[in-house]
Each structure stands twice: as C-alpha cells, then as structure tokens.
Write a protein that binds this ligand. Sequence first.
Ligand code: ADP
Ligand code: MG
Length: 378
Amino acid sequence: MGKLDVAILRYLTSEDFRVLTAVEMGMKNHELVPGSLVASIANLRHGGVHKLMKELCKHRLLTYERGKHYDGYRLTNAGYDYLALKALTNRKVISSFGNQIGVGKESNIYTVADEDHNPLCLKLHRLGRTCFRNIKGKRDYHAHRNRASWLYLSRISATKEFAYMKALYDRDFPVPKPVDFNRHCVVMELVTGGPLTHVTAVEDPETLYDELMNLIVRLGNSGVIHGDFNEFNIMINEQGQPVIIDFPQMVSTSHSNAEYYFDRDVKCVREFFKKRFGYESSLYPKFSDIERSDELDAEVACSGYSRGDDERLLREMGIAMEVSGEEQSSEEEEEDMQTQRGSFGGEDELDVLRQQVEDSIKHDETKHVQEIIKKTAK
Ligand code: ADP
Ligand code: MG
C-alpha cells in the first residue's frame, strides 16, 4: 500500500478522470458513493459510467463496497494520488517521477522532476482518523461519514504544511523552497544531504547545537513552534547547514500549550546531542526568552488555511478536532445540522458538483499528461 504505480496513469482517459473526480465530489457527503450518483455528477450515461467504474476498480483507483444501507464506490489512496498528480502535471509543476525516498508515519516521500529535469520532492500526506473524535451525540450520523475523512484530513495537513513552509521561506528560514500543492500533495525543493539522524559525527557540535537552538528561538519570535523538532525533521545539507522540514503540526506561541511544545522541541535537541555526540550545554532557551517580533502564526491563519477553515471543513465532515478541546455552541450545532440535512438535498447541489467537475475538466490536458507519463513511466 502507498506505492505510487505511475504506470497505471498511462491507461487513463479523460472520461476516467471525470468519473474519479465525480466520486471525489460525492465523497464530500457519502462514504460510499452510489453508482447512480456518480453518473449524475459526472454527467455521463449510467451504463457507460458503470463500465468505467469497473475498470477503475480493477486498477484499484476505486473500490466498490457493500455498506449497511447501500452499496457504492469510494476513492482509494491511489485514486486520490492520481487526481492530485494529474493536477500537478497539468500545471507543469512536475513532469516525471523518481523513487520513493521516505516513508513517514503519515506521509510518503518521492523524488520527482520538473520539465527542465530539476529534481524536486513530492510529499503525499496520508492521515487516518486517529486524532479525531465524533462530535458528541451525533455518533450514528458521523460514524457513517468518518471513513471518507482521511481524504479531507490529508488535504488539510498538506495545505497547512504548504502555508507554513511558504511563510517560513519568505522570512529566510532554512526550509525547503515550497513549489506548489494540490489536494494531499506538496511539492518542494529536494534537500541534499540527509536527516540529522544519519549523521554519526560532526566536527563542531557546539556550533550546530547553537544554530538549532537559535532557530527554535527565531521561530518563537515569529510566533510559532515547530512542534516536532527532532533528528528526523532536521536535514543536514551538503554544506553542513540544517534545513528544517515537516510542518503540519506547527502551533502558535499563543496556543494554550505553547510552553509545553516549546520545551519539548528544546529537549529533543538537547537529548539527541547528548546521546549522539556526547555534547551537553547548560545553555538552552526557555519559553520566556521569546520576544515576539512577527505574526507568522496569524499570517498563516489568515491566508485561507486557517484553523477556522479546517474546523469548518471538518465539521462538514462531521468530526471535530481533538486538539481544539472546545465544544461547539448550540447555534453552530444547529447551523451544522442544517447543512447536513441539506446534503444532496436537491438538484441545486448536484448542479454545483457537476459544475465543479466541469471546471476541473476544463483545465484538463489529458493528452499532455499522457505524453509525459508515457515518457517517464517506463
Ligand atoms: P513525516 O510527516 O511523515 O514525518 P517528513 O516531512 O518528515 O514526513 O519526511 C519524511 C522523510 O522524508 C524525512 O525524514 C526526510 O528523510 C525525507 N524528506 C522529506 N522532505 C524532504 C525534502 N524536501 N528533501 C529531501 N528529503 C526529504
Ligand atoms: Mg517527519
């Protein structure tokens, strides 16, 4: 699972793409999307769609499953990967695929290249449902929806990562240059060298230690905490300089647990340096050392990737964030319920979804993509 089978992409037509997009749209409100609904959203003949879906199931881009109340289709990881990769190839952000270079707990990392053969890094976010809970009292309704949510959680994670990376890069923090994102995929600069965890010895641990601690403080002064500042998320490039990666979990220094996260990041570095390099220092930053001089946290929150947006999106999906610890007001709940009651309530909403499919397809350059894939997927 998780392997990117680029060869499959070769065989897909624009009608396949239309069907996959329709299933994606349907999954906004359905865990399993009935075939008739897919046909309706895709605006294709029912019989034709049925055949296409059968083929897509064979290629494992869709699965057909029996639900409690009805049967239907859902996108697989590979199906969702394909939609995102197609969007990115259409935009000419990437034009060939290389090897998998990493498997994180919640991601797969690949090398890719742009049209000029410049290497890039592609991160596919894969989130499950583990850190989310049902909203109280709506369990039945949401139990039905939750399995579709990996798609939205992965998308939120990628969107957040891109937003933070961009804000950090714009401020000259040593992070990979963000290139583009789509759905659950982020494209960024490929960092040379390797993660700090592969480094067995350094000439001058003190200098590197100071650099890392200064980075933690500089982040704090900008209003953010990395939140997972460990030897796997600190790359050491060929020049021996640290480059920080992996941002979906970043938090604001105004977060109620900010000091805890800050101290934990500092502790990670101290313990690693002691264990790996036998280096210890009595000097290390404290949360109270932070002198706020920037609003990076607010900028990311306002850039359309905000926590508010996440929560609205998740609420649409019927789930609440564990981290928020807040309950919805009854007013919001009512609004929420109304949104849900309206789910596929009528032709209006179907029209909106159909339009979204049309919009996606208008930018379709299937031929172009097929060419590229033919060239690269040997
Ligand atoms: P996760 O969230 O799953 O931990 P990461 O962003 O930390 O994902 O990436 C996992 C691994 O992939 C990293 O430890 C690193 O080895 C590699 N990696 C990630 N981003 C890059 C990049 N831009 N350039 C080179 N290698 C990378
Ligand atoms: Mg990581």
